[in-house]
Write a protein of this length. Structure first.
Length: 257
């Protein structure tokens, strides 16, 4: 497998055609996979906003006040309001806000970015990242680049581990996962639960190339890789009924002692 950055992409502005910008700069062959950072997808989709767009309601003010007391850091209640409005579920509200976005991703602060936003206070995640990936996928085809799946990526932390890693928010042109259930391991035992999240693994691999600093690049081409012959699945985000960790967090209460 080979990963290469798409070179010389400009600062992305609202309305920019990401597929056209990438097609002009990347060498893409059928079977390659294109990963695109959610940051530039959001910029192209005009998801930059200012805090003034989120006048804080009573719940946001209460959350901000409590977090400020717990952490000793100033918390803007307008930011708490933005998080609430971008979420369908507040999984934890202390000592930080862990939320479910409108498309099913569970992350801190609804994935709202406060860095790399030159013209606004905040950058919201794409509303529907898989639809964003499909638009780029179709846009590449319109430029004669067909059979190139697209993954919209982000970075987030992991329970029980330090550090960030790349994850998939949306995808098009390929399944999200390889389903190994029913296959046999090397000792002949049937696999009963193994589903490999391929889009997350490709997003994480691409993040080694994109980087996290000011010199990072938002788009990466994955070459010499194949999904294989296994059945695919598009299930990625667990629903509440099958997410026992989220169920436990709902019952958890913060105790600083």
């Amino acid at each position: 497998m080979e990963l290469s950055a798409v070179p010389d992409l400009p600062e992305i502005r609202p309305g920019d055609d990401l597929a056209a910008l990438i097609a002009d700069r990347a060498t893409l062959e059928p079977g390659d996979v294109l990963t695109v950072a959610s940051t530039v997808v959001s910029k192209a989709e005009d998801r930059g906003v200012d805090l003034e767009a989120f006048p804080a309601g009573p719940r946001a003010r209460e959350i901000a006040s409590r977090l400020e007391e717990l952490t000793g850091e100033r918390k803007d209640p307008r930011f708490a309001q933005a998080v609430l409005e971008e979420s369908t579920d507040l999984v934890m509200d202390e000592p930080f806000l862990l939320t479910e976005t409108r498309f099913g991703h569970v992350c801190v602060n609804a994935g709202i970015d406060r860095s790399n936003v030159p013209d606004h206070d905040l950058l919201l995640l794409p509303k529907r990242p898989s639809e964003s990936a499909e638009r780029i996928h179709q846009g590449l085809a319109a430029h004669g680049i067909e059979d190139v799946p697209v993954i919209v990526t982000d970075t987030c932390g992991r329970p029980f581990r330090h550090g960030q890693r790349g994850v998939a928010l949306g995808w098009a042109g390929m399944p999200a996962s390889r389903d190994w259930r029913g296959e046999r391991d090397r000792d002949g035992r049937e696999l009963g639960v193994t589903v490999q999240s391929v889009v997350d693994e490709l997003a994480s691999a691409a993040n080694l190339v994109t980087g996290e600093g000011a010199d990072g690049t938002p788009a990466v081409v994955v070459s010499d890789w194949a999904f294989g012959d296994l059945e695919g699945s598009n299930e990625l985000f667990r629903d509440l009924e099958g997410d026992f960790v989220r169920q436990a967090l709902r019952e958890w209460s913060y105790d600083p002692a």
